[in-house]
Write a protein that binds this ligand. Structure first.
Ligand code: NAP
Ligand code: MG
Length: 462
């Protein structure tokens, strides 16, 4: 058990204002592994002041120099990749291989991409008789969740720093350790004092104080719809910019003629990865009625294979929430094809990889974000029916389409109300804009579109 002290504010670890602490629990064995300080309004205020004070200098730093600092940060993350992976495994419970490749690997790629973008982006352009400047929006308050704990911090911090903004991060209470590690990396990379600040603490205390702080120009939030709504309301009340990345209930649409086994296997892997704690997971699989029984059988077999390779959920609260959804699915008449509400382990917050068949579009498990290893397989009669079901939720974050050929898949994907669609198993691209249609959110992350979120324009007329 390690008792961590201090918040990273103005380039140094300084003691927290209050005595409160947060216990960090390893979800695989339920042991307390560390404590971190629970930040208060005062800590948030100190961090925002530091970020404000650092803003003019960082905003005026030439983009090439900001790029060099981001490249240095990427190199530190590479050097500390094993430590990052071990930390995420300890506090989130993800299997070591996933921690290496995704939880540590993706932030390295994203930081690298913003080092490049900062060096090459057109921060100034001409249109007619005007020069348009793309200037940083100012101080960013970033509130992040635990499901991809370092990625979510980097997906906000790297573009903000590339843009010339300064940042205060409030990480999720369940996963503050990798956030502290990131602050150390920022320090090691020689990023000037005050440009990046970290305040650990509880959402309704430190998170809310950050969203409400008059010194914050942009609030960037990833997490639940309920909290996102509140943050959106606070930000609009104060005329702040806001970016919200909220949940999803994405559809994996398998059209007749697709490689059914591949589509089902990749679809199951997509849902079970990270124990189902992925906002963009394709948690609804849509299959033509002629292929339905075969697809359910394949999905159940694929899920069963995941049985002992899947990590726990992040907390007892999340485990109980997910089990509640499984019970609800059964109560509403869906059929368990794999898994169920029982835990496969005695200790740890595990949930069995679960597949529901005979799910109809109106059921709770087909509408609400479950955030656990639970897949619903739904039946459609024809393409129009599939489209209605695919678009028939309040969300629109991601999705997949499988067809005999790309043209057919793309034609369907064009009609989906969602921000990202993988065509016939397309790979993750850290440069593609990520973000939601409908209630999945406001704004985009990653790549040049993610950078633009942290810029505002000023035009000179000649
Ligand atoms: P959450 O409460 O929305 O947490 C996200 C972040 O917001 C955390 O840093 C949290 O702090 C903070 N927060 C909480 N209340 C706040 C407030 N009043 N003002 C400002 N910040 C606040 O999400 P959760 O409770 O951890 O998870 C609940 C559900 O949200 C999940 O089951 C899932 O459906 C969804 N979720 C979605 C995503 C996503 O990527 N879209 C990620 C995580 C969760 P604390 O850590 O202290 O609560
Ligand atoms: Mg919470």
């Amino acid at each position: 058990m390690k008792a961590h002290d201090g918040m990273y504010i103005d380039g140094a670890w300084r003691p927290a204002a209050g005595p409160g602490v947060i216990e960090v629990v390893n979800p695989a064995d339920e042991q307390v592994i560390a404590t971190v300080p629970a930040g208060t309004v005062e800590d948030v205020d100190a961090a925002v002041r530091a970020a404000r004070a650092a803003l003019p200098g960082w905003a005026a730093t030439p983009p090439a120099e900001r790029a060099a600092r981001l490249a240095a940060l990427r190199d530190v993350l590479v050097a500390r990749q094993d430590e990052i992976a071990e930390t995420v495994t300890a506090e989130l419970g993800s299997p070591p291989k996933l921690s290496q490749t995704v939880h540590a690997g993706v932030p390295i790629a994203v930081t690298g991409s913003y080092a490049e973008l900062a060096a090459t982006y057109a921060f100034e352009e001409r249109t007619g008789n005007s020069t348009v400047l793309h200037e940083p929006v100012g101080v960013v308050g970033a509130i992040t969740p635990w499901n991809y704990p370092l990625h979510q911090i980097v997906a906000k911090t790297a573009p903000a720093l590339a843009a010339g903004c300064t940042v205060v991060v409030k990480p999720a209470e369940d996963t503050p350790l990798v956030a502290r590690l990131f602050a150390e990396a920022v320090h090691e990379a020689g990023i000037p004092a005050g440009v990046f600040n970290l305040v650990t603490g509880l959402g309704p205390v430190a998170g809310q104080a950050l969203a409400e702080h008059p010194g914050v120009d942009l609030v960037s939030f990833t997490g639940s719809t309920a909290v996102g709504r509140r943050i959106g309301a606070i930000a609009s009340g104060m005329v702040k910019k806001v970016a919200l990345e909220l949940g999803g209930k994405s559809a994996n649409v398998i059209l007749p003629g697709a490689d059914l086994a591949r589509a089902v296997n990749v679809g199951v892997a997509n849902v079970m990865s990270n124990s189902g704690q992925t906002c963009s997971a394709w948690t609804r699989m849509l299959v033509h009625h002629d292929q339905y029984d075969e697809a359910v059988e394949l999905a159940a077999a694929a899920a069963a294979k995941y049985g002992d390779r899947i990590g726990p959920l992040v907390s007892a609260t999340q485990r109980d929430r997910v089990r509640g959804y499984i019970a609800r699915g059964v109560a509403e008449g869906a059929r368990l094809a794999a898994g169920g509400p029982d835990s496969p382990h005695e200790r740890g917050y595990y949930v069995s990889p679960t597949v529901f068949a005979d799910v109809t579009p109106g059921m709770t498990i087909a509408q609400e974000e479950i955030f656990g290893p639970v897949l619903s397989v739904l039946r459609y009669t024809d393409e129009e029916d599939a489209l209605r079901i695919a678009n028939g939720t309040v969300y629109g974050l991601a999705g997949a389409v499988w067809a005999a050929d790309e043209t057919e898949a793309v034609a369907f994907a064009r009609r989906m109300e969602t921000g990202q669609v993988d065509i016939n198993g397309g790979r993750f691209n850290p440069l593609a804009p990520f973000g939601g249609y409908k209630q999945s959110g406001v704004g985009r992350e990653l790549g040049a579109h993610g950078l633009a979120e942290y810029l505002q324009t000023k035009s000179f007329q000649f």
